[in-house]
Write a protein that binds this ligand. Structure first.
Ligand code: SF4
Length: 538
């Protein structure tokens, strides 16, 4: 058995490759991005044996993976937690169609919002969809669970959700790998109507899904990812979900916890084990990253019976990421905070890179908007969102992918004219295009800046589905040729750019302005790679 030092994300990717995956689909989003990058760098993906590419958004990725599963092969679809909102339509319906080849959905949650706009808990989506959920407690288990998830998916004919969090995704550990196995052969579903969700068929499929729930509970009880670890001190029983189990045992040098612990790695919850813990212990402490999902289940509405501690009674904070110190506090233990941060380590608030094209684009926009006053720029999610901060302070909203154009339409409808939307090229094809179509259909008096840096800059420079197509898409959606302008966002063109933006702000219809200059990070990377290739040739 080979052992590799892997990030949690890499362990998941390696496991999928070893488990015989045929397709991996994703949209980049921290903390899930490295899964696709690892697969894409693998010999199997480079040779085309595994299809692995960035999709336009998480919904299209989910649907593509479902198509591969329909054809009998194993597919993995990866996203960050908010991406699951985008994929939700396909995700929920995939539980009704069921899977043919193993279908695994990986959602990477971001408690504490290290790089996200919320800290929602993907376990609720799995529960809502009535799907099995797996939650690893370390990198090794993440690896093991992926292989198990493909098998579970094929044996139940259901997609399986794996939920991880940032800390697991982005930390390394030694991972023992299993021997690789071959990919599935092409095989159509036994029931060719299974994927046709017409009401008469969907009703039958939904009943089938409900009928599988008992089996899911049994698998969760017996398959080994949920463990009852007995302890002598029954004053407290601990339910530790996923990575929270690691935070718990880090507080005990021996790794042995004196209280009974129910370690949860698979859902639906194993009710029998929860009952046993509740019966044997005087009080329960629930440790879970994200929302108090298990804790709420245990408390119920009336809170009858034994005390249940966790995020709801203040034993742990209601928001943010768990850690060993917070767990120690909840256990009434002394904490060891480690060493002070050395003075040489400076806080580095996020900001646009020096030389970033967005700076020049927003300087021009700020100047063009001076006559109208502040508070008119609706933004999307990307590097440019950082222009909300000083010194630019150029944008006034950041809600979700695609919301810039549609919010500008709403504000213009309310009489805030001109209203401006700022969106990146990748985000535009992710979920901005339909908003632009609405704007064209309503002839909304808005100005849309599509900041084209030819990449998905914020997540590290992945390919953009919009590459080389932005003007064509805008024309195709009905924006008039006379109101589509491509600018070069450079200081030397500042006056010219301000004049164009000013002119379009006055236009009482839809204008699109495309400041186009490649992200300096990807540009520098390409230059370095070229220089290296040249050196190697000499
Ligand atoms: S990564 Fe690229 S797009 Fe993002 S701030 Fe830096 S230069 Fe600008």
């Amino acid at each position: 058995m080979e052992k590799k030092l892997l990030l949690g994300d890499e362990a998941i990717a390696q496991a999928a490759i070893d488990a015989g995956v045929s397709g991996v689909y994703a949209y980049p989003g921290t903390p899930s991005t490295e899964i696709m990058e690892y697969v894409q760098a693998s010999p199997a993906a480079r040779s085309g044996t595994i299809k692995a590419y960035w999709s336009a958004n998480e919904k299209t990725a989910m649907e593509t993976a479902l198509g591969m599963s329909y054809a009998g092969k194993r597919a993995l679809v990866c996203m960050k937690h908010v991406g699951l909102n985008v994929a939700a339509d396909a995700f929920i319906n995939a539980a009704i169609t069921g899977a043919n080849g193993g279908l695994v959905v990986l959602a990477a949650d971001d408690p504490s919002m290290h790089s996200s706009q919320n800290e929602q808990d993907s376990r609720f989506y799995g529960k809502f969809a009535l799907m099995p959920i797996l939650e690893p407690s370390n990198q090794q288990q993440a690896y093991d669970m992926v292989r198990y998830a493909f098998d579970l998916s094929e044996s139940l004919a259901l997609p399986v959700l794996i939920r991880i969090t940032t800390r697991l995704a982005h930390s390394r550990a030694g991972v023992a790998t299993a021997p690789p196995r071959p990919q599935n052969e092409l095989k159509l579903p036994a029931n060719l109507r299974q994927f046709v969700l017409l009401p008469a068929i969907a009703r039958v499929q939904y009943r089938d899904l409900l009928a599988k729930q008992e089996h899911l509970r049994n698998r969760s009880l017996n398959d080994g990812f949920n463990e009852y670890l007995d302890g002598p001190d029954k004053k407290l029983g601990i339910i530790a979900c996923g990575l929270a189990f690691n935070y718990l045992i880090e507080n005990f040098e021996s790794g042995v916890v004196p209280y009974p612990v129910l370690k949860i790695g698979q859902y639906p919850l194993p009710i029998e084990l929860v009952r046993r813990l509740y019966a044997e212990c005087e009080a329960i402490l629930v440790l879970e990253d994200g929302y108090p999902m298990v804790e709420e289940l245990l408390r119920g509405l009336l809170q009858l019976g034994k005390p249940v501690h966790g995020r709801l009674d203040g034993a742990l904070p209601r928001d943010g990421e768990l850690n060993p110190v917070l767990v120690a506090h909840a256990l009434g233990m002394e904490t060891h905070r480690g060493q002070a941060v050395p003075a040489i380590v400076k806080a580095r608030p996020p900001r646009l890179c020096d030389g970033c094209a967005h700076t020049d684009a927003f300087l021009a926009l700020n100047e063009a908007l001076q006559a109208y006053g502040r508070g008119r720029v609706f933004s999307d999610i990307g590097c440019y969102t950082l222009s909300a901060l000083e010194p630019l302070e150029a944008i006034n909203s950041c809600v979700d992918m695609g919301a810039s154009i549609t919010m500008a339409i709403g504000a213009a409808d309310a009489g805030l004219v001109p209203a401006v939307a700022a969106i990146g090229d990748s985000t535009f094809t992710h979920s901005g295009m339909t908003g632009l179509l609405d704007a064209v259909n309503n002839n909304s008096p808005i100005t849309v800046l599509i900041l084209d840096n030819s990449t998905t800059g914020m997540t590290g420079g992945q390919s953009s589905a919009a590459f080389g197509k932005v003007e064509d898409i805008c024309r195709g959606l009905g924006v008039h040729e006379d109101h589509i302008h491509v600018l070069k966002p450079l200081r030397k063109h500042h006056e010219e750019n301000v004049a164009i933006i000013k002119k379009e702000l006055e236009y009482q219809g839809v204008s699109v302005i495309i400041p186009r200059r490649e992200c300096v990070q990807t540009l520098n990377r390409k230059v370095r790679e070229k220089a290296k290739a040249r050196q190697e040739q000499q």
